[in-house]
Design a protein. Sequence first.
Length: 452
Amino acid sequence: MTDSPDVEVLTAADAEEAQARAAGALAAAGASEGDRVAFCLPSSAALLCAVLGALRVGIVPVLLNATLTDAERDLLVDDADPALVVSDADALARLDAGPPSPLAPFPRARPMHYTSGTTGQAKGVWSGLWDTRTAAHAFADEADLWGFGPHDVHLVCSPMYHSVSVRFAGGTLLRGGTCVILRHFDAGRAAEALEGAYGPVPTTTFLAPSALTRLLALPHTGPDRFASLRLLVHAGSACPPALKRAALDVVGPGVLWEFYGSTEGQFTACPPEEWLQRPGTVGRAREGRTLTVDDGGAVWCRTPEFGRFTYWRDAAKTASAWRDGAFTVGDLGRIDDGGYLFLDGRRDDLVITGGVNVYPAEVEAALAEVPGVAEVAVFGLADDRWGQRVCAAIVAGRGANATDVLAACADHAVGHLAAYKRPKQYEVVDELPKTSTGKVRRLALAELLRLE
């Protein structure tokens, strides 16, 4: 590992040793196969090695957003029931000092990430433990798709509590490659890394559309900046066609790929030539998967056995997500005659801002506690920087001063919600638009309120 204030370089050899030490330290701390260990930390080489080391001895990391408030984090930790919580630099450093432990060749599980839904109650996505054969199949499913190999240098731009960061970085390291890790995303640092300022020159990277926007907006951005890349992948939120075409103009042929997936699983992959033939598609089903769309427009994915999951300790939510071996996360779409999926809209209980999921019901529950709020609806508006920004429509209670209520909502959000969940825009309305059954029409809210 090479240390710097903002960027680290991690080789496969150094990572292998650090993973073994982390696995040994976890065992010495009392964690054993099948246990969970919660991590709530910013990106770092040490965090990546601890996560991979845990996975390779059958301990499941629970990766929590490092920007959560203490109260938000504690709720998830209580639910996950981990054997150990690692939430500060000293605790992470102790994992790098353990006695080396033997490691399985591949991760024996997926990390557990939390997702939510219409109730606002976050649930962990749990894959259980895999046997050796299944672990090898699951690893190859990702590493073979992207062609990771010993000559690759992967630039890690997204936080490690995003599932893609560990998948891509882990695939690179376990195939003998090297990672360049940004501890926090900064477009300038990313540009420097792409140009080899920190040593190894990246050959692959993943960027959420919001990060790609910021990188392309830098001065002097042109093909030379991306010349070393054989693979630039984006996903996490809708990519505006103008952004996609701008990126295609500065990267080499065959480089700019897209995939569609969720916390629960991966659906599609789309190389650039297929997108150019069918602009707007997110691609066809990945190997071993079958996509269908039901009468209501919901997209379903039949997955390989290793892709099976449950919602942690929630049998009812699990049952509602699965049907005849296929699962859905509620996104809407259509499939053309060539098998290409086009998304018609994300479900209305989800806002994706900067590639991070925000669940309106959770934000609404927090704002509903504010005195003077009679009703509240949270929704997303298109945003050039973030993809979407979180907005809140407030119905003030009788006799309440609307200006004071909005100010109180903003203050309350600071103390109760992580920064990425806090509304960036508040609107006072006389009433919320609803269906005949009383459900708020979130997807139509911006248009009905004439917001931009």
